[in-house]
Write a protein that binds this ligand. Structure first.
Ligand code: ADP
Ligand code: MG
Ligand code: ZN
Length: 626
């Protein structure tokens, strides 16, 4: 799509004034350096002058406030100058002394101030000040400064999709669920009347969540392209400005512009740059005023716009959804979240197809093999891979891209990715597979109203190497003690599987353990679920302003109670661990089978997963452990 900078270019007039200012400045500077006739007269020390007066060698003197110029009766040496100058010092006796020695002397009349210099000295400094200010404003990225101090104009670029260059859903592959959800948004934008007529509220914000390079930006452009509406794009970091308050003003401008062009899309990339949880940044003294103001403005604007038939939909992207302020995720703001994950095998295959069409492939190139070898690659990595292969082929002076080029390109891209620790070695992949299947089997057998929906060993995010997705079957607000115990067991299922299969554990379970321990602590400290300790809340509530803030500190308790709490937490986790172990030992064969299956396919979900998990059996001893 053509990029059109929102254009309010600085006017010509301004260029002219700047030039004039610079001219004045230069003039002022030079007026001090203009050749001054006085400087050509040799300067001598004041004491010498007095000596010469005392020697009656001075004919006449001309005294000004900063110089005494005098003429000698005879030169001290052959050819030496007879007109000399000296700097006066405060000397009340000078007139008397000169008179005594018969020197003819006169003082300069008081200097009439030069109108021109006076004006200059009054006018130029403020002008220079303005000039400097303007320079900074310009540098802070103000494309369209309309006045000297308007550095708040929004910097958003506007894309207006035109026929040949527009991006559509056909250009994005491997993220089918995300596309399905966004199709609805396209519909809102295309026929807002239909929704308005029935009284439905069109969602205002959609948050695209996913690791870098998975096509979030591309998808949002595709939404605009499909709907044929203008598309404002701005990065969250562009709101965060040098001047406090500028970010907020910029948000206001952006929404104002967008409302004029509605229906349209505002896309805020890197939302986390402004939307970081305010609770997390508390305690930093005055550090985050600017971001907070910007965030507040964004929240206000999202609450504000309401024209039913002219929707402005805000799409935003982030790869750190967990850092976002809870206020952003409330209903009426970014209440829809769309996961844009790394593609699975078939997704990678379709993405490769898209990019392979753009280069000349040799006969018989097997893209399936490439798709298999690129687990963990995001869309951007695959695009890069095909391009690298084409470069390699061109370097070898071949006219088509061959299988070998693609293989070599994989190695290159992997080398780049490994630094970011995203690509798994074969043995690591095996551990991850068993680990995830462990979660899935235990999770399937545990109560708690959630069912395992998907197991994936496609690395995801910076830390998770695989994941097991559990979807609640119904919305739940209350969890029983049994549910929570089941959750802890499920979290420990991964580590337990590693123990059962490999007899040792890896670092992969760190996050699981963290969460399991958190739940156990809350059970004892917050929900009063421990029988020995009774229904007391040992954790203090509150303390943080926003949801999901810092951990709660413990109430003041005796040492004995503190020890009892620790013992109780430990006991809960230990029991859950035993339970997970016994379940996995009992279902050892199934664990093996599903793990092998997932090593081939990377992702198992839907009916296939359900049939596999249906075979699992809850052993009697696991029930006892509960
Ligand atoms: P993100 O915004 O998620 O970091 P981008 O949308 O900027 O990722 O993706 C960068 C580039 O990678 C895109 O311009 C596109 O060429 C390619 N790409 C990424 N994901 C996909 C995808 N799912 N399908 C096709 N191309 C993709
Ligand atoms: Mg992006
Ligand atoms: Zn795990």
């Amino acid at each position: 799509m053509p990029i059109r900078q929102d254009d309010n270019r600085p006017s010509r007039r301004f260029g002219l004034i700047n030039l004039l200012l610079i001219g004045f400045g230069v003039l002022l500077l030079f007026s001090n350096f203009l050749p001054n006739p006085a400087t050509q007269v040799p300067r001598v020390p004041y004491s010498l002058f007095i000596d010469q007066v005392n020697d009656d060698n001075v004919r006449r003197a001309y005294i000004t406030s900063d110089q005494i110029r005098y003429e000698l009766k005879e030169a001290p040496a052959e050819g030496a100058p007879t007109v000399l100058a000296t700097t006066p010092i405060f000397d009340m006796e000078l007139p008397q002394r000169l008179e005594q020695h018969g020197v003819e002397f006169a003082a300069a009349p008081p200097q009439k101030p030069n109108i021109f210099t006076t004006i200059l000295s009054w006018v130029v400094p403020p002008l220079i000040f303005i000039l400097v200010l303007q320079f900074f404003a310009r540098r802070s990225g103000m494309g369209g400064a309309q006045g000297a101090l308007s550095f708040t104009k929004s910097k958003a670029k506007v894309y207006v999709p035109d026929e040949e260059s527009r991006v559509t859903f056909a250009d994005v592959a491997g993220v089918d669920e995300a596309k399905a959800e966004l199709t609805e948004i396209v519909d809102f934008l295309k026929t807002p009347e239909r929704y308005a007529a029935i009284g439905a509220r069109i969602p205002k914000g959609v948050l695209l969540v996913g690791p870098p390079g998975t096509g979030k930006t591309l998808l949002s452009k595709a939404v605009a392209g499909e709907a044929g509406v203008p598309f404002f794009i701005i990065s969250g970091s562009e709101f965060v400005e040098l001047f406090v308050g500028a970010g907020a003003a910029r948000v206001r401008d952006l929404f104002e512009e967008a409302k004029k062009k509605a229906p349209c899309i505002i896309f805020i990339d890197e939302l986390d740059a402004i939307g970081k949880s305010r609770a997390g940044s508390m305690g930093v003294v005055g550090g985050n005023d600017e971001r907070e103001q910007t965030l507040n403005q964004l929240l206000t604007e999202m609450d504000g716009f309401a024209a039913k038939d002219k929707p402005v939909i805000v799409l935003a992207a982030t790869n750190q959804p967990e850092t976002l302020d809870a206020a952003l995720l409330r209903p009426g703001r970014f209440d829809r979240q769309v996961l844009v994950d790394r593609p699975d095998l078939s997704g990678r295959r379709t993405i490769l197809d898209i990019y392979a069409k753009k280069v000349k492939l040799a006969e018989g190139v097997d893209l399936d093999r490439i798709a298999q070898a690129t687990a963990g690659f995001a869309g951007a990595d695959l695009a890069n891979l095909v391009n690298e292969a084409a470069l390699l082929a061109a370097r070898a002076k071949r006219t088509t891209v061959e299988q070998g080029d693609l293989n070599e390109a994989i190695e290159r891209v992997v080398a780049g990715l490994e630094k970011k620790s995203r690509v798994l070695q074969a043995d690591e992949k095996k551990v991850v597979a068993y680990h995830e299947v462990g979660h899935a089997i235990v999770g399937h057998l545990m109560p708690g109203g959630s069912k395992v929906a998907k197991i994936s060993i496609v690395p995801r995010g910076m830390s998770a190497l695989g994941y097991t997705l559990q979807l609640p079957t119904e919305e739940r607000f209350l969890n029983s003690k049994e549910d929570l115990e089941g959750q802890i067991a499920t979290l420990l299922g991964g580590r337990s599987a590693e123990e059962v299969v490999f007899g040792e554990v890896t670092t992969g379970a760190a996050n699981d353990l963290q969460r399991a321990t958190d739940i156990a602590e809350q059970m004892v400290g917050t929900y009063g679920m421990s029988e020995t300790l009774g229904p007391l809340a040992y954790d203090k509530q509150g303390g943080s302003r926003f949801l999901g803030g810092a951990n709660n500190p413990r109430r003041v308790v005796s040492d004995a109670t503190a020890q009892a709490i620790d013992r109780e937490v430990r006991g809960l986790v230990d029991r859950a661990h035993d339970r997970a172990l016994s379940i996995l030992r009992h279902n050892r064969d199934l664990l093996e089978r599903i793990s092998q299956e997932i090593l081939d396919k990377e992702v198992i979900e839907g009916d296939e997963l359900r049939t596999l998990l249906a075979e699992s059996v809850l052993p009697a001893e696991a029930e006892l452990a509960a």
